[in-house]
Write a protein that binds this ligand. Structure first.
Ligand code: GLU
Length: 483
């Protein structure tokens, strides 16, 4: 069997959309599952869409996500250059287009803007130009003359107007279209650059790509690509078109809803491993119900024959859950390193951030969750004394006032504010009085945090904020409760 070769062929137009990341991942997994090669090709022939810095984003994203390419602009594998504008400069695309012209499979078209404008028709509410093959009837001599006198031109594919073309996609099956629907698409633009439609075929062939993995927006053009392969006498690759990704409302993903690009997700506090894991499941699922996969496991288990045709829903709730699972599984050092910038956003005093990080690790789904969870360490928030009432703990404002008033002098006399010492101290009080733990711990925790939910218990919080601040907060509580 031929060695599997796939490619990721992004256009350098900005941040990497999750749809593109999924394409890259699937192309990588299909190759690696079979011990094949994964190539990176830069498709920069649309010079108007080029965005400064986009190349760096592509390299960085592939590196961070672990989708290491075997060949690419920075790793020569003998079929380069791997950047389309460089291939264009070598005259490669024009050479192949001319070959098709020779064969009668393509032709020069000199129609100007005005003429094309007049061909516009409305199809399904959209204005499109269906070219009428006007220039196909030009004689060889007429073409030569126009070329010699520098009339601007494009080169178009010459598609039949009757009969059908069938192509086969490994996910979507056989698709047959009427040839009358295949417009004579442009292969070489008036600026001399090839279109995506032409360059992808030429490059995939020359680079020995066996499996073309891409978004399903290219599905409808694939019959035309097949005609190009056949016109050249080249073997048609295996097509793997990936299903659409939608948001929870089954609409196109948008930047507004916050799930547009890999970098956006990282900025929102998601972990790379979780994003990759999540994206892998947008259009594919394993035979069992496993949901958490390392990249290595994905390589082992990914079988593109089990990809789905149905649109995949980008479910942020699920991504958050998954991210939380990755957080829990992370070792404490790594977590601390990543959590630190968030902790420092709200905690400026001399706290033991390491301890606080350990407290929140199992309680968050994304890093920004940290902010709300720990801000009370820095400053006691305004709170309502209704919080002292807790049915299960059998506490209310009166019992709380009594316990806090009782304990204030005890806590003032205590010097060791370590969690262990404080806990032992409070336990002694609990036993002496014959109370239940919560009856004492609840009012103290409420007093020192001013919050209903905290990432740690009363004594752990007191250890972090220290004696002076703890006493201050308990006095505030007593004052509030005495009113
Ligand atoms: N440059 C195209 C894109 O970014 C690539 C499509 C393909 O993978 O063939 O959409």
């Amino acid at each position: 069997m031929k060695k599997v070769r796939t490619r990721f062929a992004p256009s350098p137009t900005g941040r990497m959309h999750v749809g593109n990341l999924r394409t890259a991942l699937y192309a990588y997994l299909i190759a690696k599952h079979e011990g094949g090669d994964f190539l990176l090709r830069i498709e920069d022939t649309d010079q108007e869409r080029f965005v400064e810095g986009a190349l760096e984003i592509i390299y960085r994203t592939l590196e961070k996500t672990g989708l290491v390419h075997d060949e690419g602009p920075d790793k020569d594998g003998g079929v380069g250059p791997y950047v389309q504008s460089e291939r264009h400069e070598q005259g490669l695309y024009l050479k192949y287009a001319k070959e098709l012209v020779e064969k009668g499979e393509a032709y020069y078209c000199f129609c100007d803007k005005d003429r094309l404008e007049s061909l516009k028709q409305e199809v399904a509410g959209k204005e499109i130009v269906v070219y009428d093959k006007h220039c196909l009837s030009l004689s060889k001599q007429e073409v030569e003359e126009k070329l010699a006198s520098g009339v601007p031109y494009v080169i178009r594919q010459n598609n039949p107007t009757s009969g059908t073309t069938t192509f086969s996609d490994d996910i979507y099956g056989d698709i047959t279209v009427d040839n009358s629907e295949l417009d004579d698409m442009i292969l070489i633009k008036s600026d001399g650059y090839p279109t995506y439609n032409f360059a992808n075929v030429v490059d995939d062939h020359l680079m020995g790509i066996t499996h073309v993995v891409r978004g399903n927006e290219y599905l409808s053009s694939s019959p035309k690509y097949n005609r190009l392969y056949e016109a050249f006498g080249w073997e048609v690759p295996t097509y793997v078109h990936c299903p659409l990704i939608t948001n929870e409302e089954h609409k196109k993903l948008s930047k507004r809803s916050g799930h547009s690009s890999y970098e956006d997700l990282i900025e929102q506090g998601f972990l790379t491993e979780a994003v990759v894991n999540f994206v892998a499941l947008l259009g594919w699922s394993p035979e069992d119900n496993q949901e958490i996969f390392s990249l290595k496991e994905l390589i082992e288990k990914f079988n593109y024959h089990h990809m789905s045709k149905a649109p995949a829903v980008f479910d942020v709730v699920k991504l958050k859950w998954m991210n939380g699972e990755y957080m829990k599984a992370m070792d404490s050092d790594t977590f601390f390193e990543k959590a630190q910038p968030y902790l420092k956003k709200v905690l400026t005093k001399d706290f033991d951030l390491r301890k606080i990080a350990d407290m929140v690790k199992t309680r968050i789904e994304v890093f920004p969750d940290i902010l709300e969870l720990v801000d009370f360490f820095e400053e006691l928030p305004e709170y309502d004394i209704a919080m002292f009432t807790h049915k299960k703990m059998k506490t209310n404002t009166e019992t709380s006032l009594e316990v806090l008033t009782d304990l204030l002098p005890v806590l003032e006399a205590q010097d060791d504010y370590s969690n262990d010492a404080l806990y032992a101290l409070l336990l002694r009080y609990v036993e002496e009085k014959g109370y239940k733990n919560g009856y004492v711990m609840w009012p103290i925790r409420t007093a020192v945090s001013g919050k209903q939910m905290t990432p740690a218990g009363a004594t752990e919080i007191m250890e972090i904020i220290g004696k002076e601040e703890s006493i201050k907060r308990i006095k505030i509580a007593i004052e509030k409760l005495s009113k």
